[in-house]
Ligand binder design. Structure first.
Ligand code: SF4
Length: 329
């Protein structure tokens, strides 16, 4: 059966989409993996998006049109402040828009109501979604295994990032996601047997980076990311085996920054992290929170900012070198 695609602007309870017999497609993952990601941004600008808007937002717009997505779920509470406007534009162009929001109250009953409404709209039920969750949790257990192996320093920074990130929609093909995670685990097992200098353990907080060579840039200097905050949250590792409402309440990203910082600190302590990269996107409202990360992280922290998809510029490279020198001195 051909399952109709539905674009998502960030992590939503994908179990509901699967329960409705639809295929979730995380627009972010398509954008960042597209070899012409810069072209998708340029396409949005050619259609009226300002230069001074976040490249992720423009990329999502480009993906919807270039990949022929006809329906999109916009997360209008608990994610990006641009989503509402993006969805208005898309709606004006004939794209069917559905909304989902994580309630700022973070109360179980409020979240349950939103999930039930979302399920009804799509023609599913929460009970069916719970069944889907049990199946998807099996795949999330592989993501957890990869994350555990990364704690021993045995997983490439980029493999960990991709392995966690791709569970936001399971590629719309859960079996493919299972295979790719199994392959990443196997690769990690092979590299664990290679004698290597102990890497400088790093953690990355903040929205997923748009830079294509950030992980290799650090690895060349002896660093390795053993935690990626937001992709790990997208993978919902803390909710494996729990019910839908409980799982999406434990998910920190849609809620306040204070719990996010505590979550990153806890993971950093467990994993022997020596420094944190706070990645911020140009023109993103979340940049305002950078001060709080710097004040509360409790570890050396480097804030890196980028605008367009592609490779790092020289200034960023130099700042990374200086930071790594500081950590290894
Ligand atoms: S980086 Fe910030 S502004 Fe851009 S899409 Fe993400 S949350 Fe929105």
């Amino acid at each position: 059966m051909l399952r109709e695609k539905i674009g998502i602007t960030t992590t939503v309870p994908v179990e509901i989409i699967y329960a409705a017999g639809r295929t979730p497609v995380d627009l972010n993952n398509i954008f960042v993996a597209d070899p012409d990601a810069a072209g998708l941004v340029a396409y949005a600008e050619a259609r009226g998006f300002p230069q001074s808007a976040c490249a992720w937002t423009k990329g999502l717009y480009g993906v919807v049109h270039r990949y022929g997505i006809r329906e999109v779920v916009g997360v209008v509470e608990g994610d990006c402040r641009n989503t509402f406007a993006l969805c208005e534009i898309l709606e004006s162009e004939g794209i069917r828009i559905r909304n989902f929001g994580f309630p700022s109250s973070r109360r179980a009953e409020d979240l349950r109501l939103r999930m039930e409404r979302f399920a009804t709209e799509l023609g599913a039920t929460l009970a069916r979604a719970e069944e889907e969750k049990r199946k998807l949790d099996d795949i999330r257990r592989l993501a957890l295994r990869l994350y555990e192996l990364a704690g021993d320093g045995g997983v490439d920074s980029g493999d960990l990032f991709a392995g966690l990130l791709n569970t936001s929609d399971f590629f719309g093909e859960p079996e493919r996601c299972r295979r790719e995670l199994a392959a990443a685990i196997e690769k990690a097992g092979r590299s664990a047997s290679r004698p290597e200098a102990d890497p400088v353990r790093l953690s990355c907080a903040g929205v997923p980076t748009i830079l294509t060579d950030l992980w290799t840039g650090f690895e060349k200097l002896g660093g390795r990311f053993v935690d990626h905050e937001v992709p790990r949250q997208f993978a919902l590792l803390d909710g494996i085996g729990a019910g839908m409402v409980e799982t999406y309440l434990r998910y920190t990203y849609p809620y306040d920054v204070f719990r996010r910082i505590e979550d990153v600190k806890k993971a950093a302590e467990k994993r022997g992290v020596r420094g944190i990269i706070h990645y911020v996107q140009s023109f993103c409202h979340r940049q305002i929170e950078d001060r709080l990360w710097r004040e509360r992280a409790g570890l050396p922290i480097l804030t890196l900012e980028a605008d367009r998809p592609g490779r790092m510029d020289e200034r960023t490279r130099t700042r990374i070198e200086a930071f790594m020198e500081r950590l290894t001195r």
